[in-house]
Design a protein around this ligand. Structure first.
Ligand SMILES: Cc1cc2nc3c(=O)[nH]c(=O)nc-3n(C[C@H](O)[C@H](O)[C@H](O)COP(=O)(O)OP(=O)(O)OC[C@H]3O[C@@H](n4cnc5c(N)ncnc54)[C@H](O)[C@@H]3O)c2cc1C
Length: 483
């Protein structure tokens, strides 16, 4: 089949572009090498929808940050994912920092960011009593928010599929050739044809551009380590808290996630595209930085850690636009604030495609919403009882820490979860204090039953990330299958 547009990469950027395109009478394909969408950098970040005042002046980051920030409200109205505008604080420890905050305030106001306000130390102590007593002032941005980024990717993709997107996961693009009437896109699962190709391949963006002979962005990779803290600290800090930044990083932040638990990080160190390791040095830097803002934070509260990799273009800005290969667009180098900017980037890409000759005929049957999954833990006791009466699977607990039921795990599977991470990031099963000690086996079995395979065939996140060993008598057969 020949598509009007093929997008490579189902991170938040590719998913947002795909969903926008399905508003028009077009055939659209989205290729993703991973087993599910959103498992690249879009899963492994701080989950902040930045206030809109922060990106450097005159950059594409600045042009898309505030617009993106505003568009998240529209997306959250239509799609079920965790999103809350909890506000952020940038804090000052000395006069130089205060001068920086003043510049940030003016920059934000020039961009039309609403609600920005300087707080003195007294106001800050009242609002956030657990922040360091050494802080002398803060800039408050109520427009800032937090999101569960993986839920947003799942919801964007589900909505796009509902509106006709052809989503091809576990499909790695291996070569692209431009012909007389479009592109032949070779994948490890056959060849696709499309008139236009959008390169949203994240850290592999340059690799993809090279395949077709388009300009690269000179990508380098900057890893960020993040550390999640125990529920004991829920409410200890209620707004995202930033120090004043360094030239390469926003610094170590303290972020109350959408679910309330605190996250601290990220670091910013040059790395390889696929280096998602956490390190002792990273942990030390993160906890030292976090304690400078919030002295009551301790390493001993850490329950989980992860790292994500930023794709950093040579000019440190986003690379969004036409290339020397007509019909092939680069949307790469989307480092922070790429999550924030994604919905605005998607609209800009639609304009670029139109400029390149794609006819945009609006559909009148586009369905903007998808059904919200039931969240048992968020129901009151009467609602919980009703849910169990309606379907006894909501009466069987799969994850005790996060109170996730078997019914929710099965719903996640019906919506496309095929791995343990797919279930975890859709339902929160495995995200609590015991980190899967109780629920892993239950989720494994439900996944295996739904795919009619042995539990040893189920992976954490695709590839060779199996979790359970095959039963002894199945061992030989399964080894052959895995090979
Ligand atoms: C530690 C950290 C913290 C951050 N915090 C924030 C924040 O708080 N707020 C914010 O706004 N931004 C933040 N960011 C930035 C944000 O995460 C990124 O800008 C955003 O996720 C980039 O999305 P993407 O879709 O471009 O890339 P990705 O999510 O990486 O998606 C690219 C996809 O392309 C796929 N792919 C690659 N090559 C191929 C191929 N050949 N064939 C098929 N598929 C392919 C990959 O598998 C991947 O899924 C942070 C980043 C990091 C690392």
């Amino acid at each position: 089949m020949r598509f009007d547009v093929a997008i490579v990469g189902a991170g938040v950027v590719g998913c947002a572009i795909a969903r926008e395109l399905t508003r028009y009478r077009l055939t659209v394909a989205l290729c993703e090498r991973e087993v599910e969408v959103g498992l690249g950098t879009s899963k492994a970040n701080s989950g902040i929808i930045h206030g809109g005042h922060r990106a450097p002046h005159g950059t594409l980051k600045a042009a898309t940050e505030w617009r993106g920030n505003q568009l998240w409200s529209d997306m959250a109205r239509d799609l079920p994912f965790g999103f809350a505008r909890i506000g952020d604080l940038t804090v000052a420890f000395d006069d130089d920092d205060v001068a920086y905050l003043q510049r940030l305030l003016e920059q934000g106001r020039r961009r039309g960011v609403t609600g920005l306000e300087m707080w003195d130390a007294e106001r800050l102590r009242r609002e956030e009593p657990n922040l360091s007593q050494d802080i002398v002032a803060a800039l408050h941005a109520p427009s800032s928010g937090v999101v569960n980024p993986y839920e947003a990717c799942f919801a964007l993709a589900e909505s796009a599929v509902r509106n006709g997107l052809e989503l091809r996961t576990e499909t790695t693009v291996t070569g692209i050739e431009r012909g007389a009437d479009g592109f032949a896109i070779a994948t490890d699962r056959g060849t696709l044809h499309a008139r236009f190709v959008v390169n949203a391949a994240g850290v592999f963006g340059d690799e993809l551009a090279r395949m077709v002979g388009a300009e690269e962005a000179g990508l380098r990779f900057r890893k960020g380590e993040e550390y999640l803290l125990d529920k004991r600290l829920v409410g200890f800090v209620t707004r995202v808290t930033f120090p004043c930044p360094s030239p390469t990083s926003k610094g170590i932040l303290v972020t109350p996630t959408y679910d309330g638990t605190l996250m601290v990080g990220p670091t910013a160190t040059w790395s390889e595209a696929d280096d998602i390791t956490t390190t002792a040095a990273g942990a030390e830097e993160v906890f030292d930085g976090a304690r400078r803002l919030v002295p009551g934070i301790s390493e001993r509260d850490c329950i989980a850690e992860f790292a994500g990799v930023r794709a950093v273009a040579a000019d440190e800005d986003f690379t969004i636009g036409h290339t020397s290969v007509p019909g092939f667009l680069n949307v790469i180098g989307i480092q922070s604030p790429g999550l924030t900017a994604a919905p605005a980037i998607a609209l800009d890409v639609i304009d670029l495609l139109a400029e390149a000759g794609l006819a945009l005929e609006v559909r009148d049957d586009f369905v903007p919403t998808i059904d919200a999954p039931l969240r048992f833990a968020e129901l009151d006791p009467d609602e919980q009882a009703r849910a169990v009466r309606g379907d006894p699977r909501f009466g069987r607990i799969a994850c005790r820490c996060e109170l996730v039921t078997e019914g929710e795990v099965l719903d996640a599977i019906a919506r496309g979860a095929r791995t343990m991470d797919g279930v975890k990031f859709r339902t929160r099963a495995g995200m609590g204090r015991c980190q899967g000690g109780f629920c892993a086996w239950r989720c494994l079995r439900l996944l295996a039953n739904s795919q009619d395979v042995d539990v040893s065939a189920i992976t954490k996140r695709g590839g060779r990330s199996w979790i359970a060993l095959p039963r002894r008598d199945d061992h030989a057969a399964t080894e052959v299958e895995h090979a």
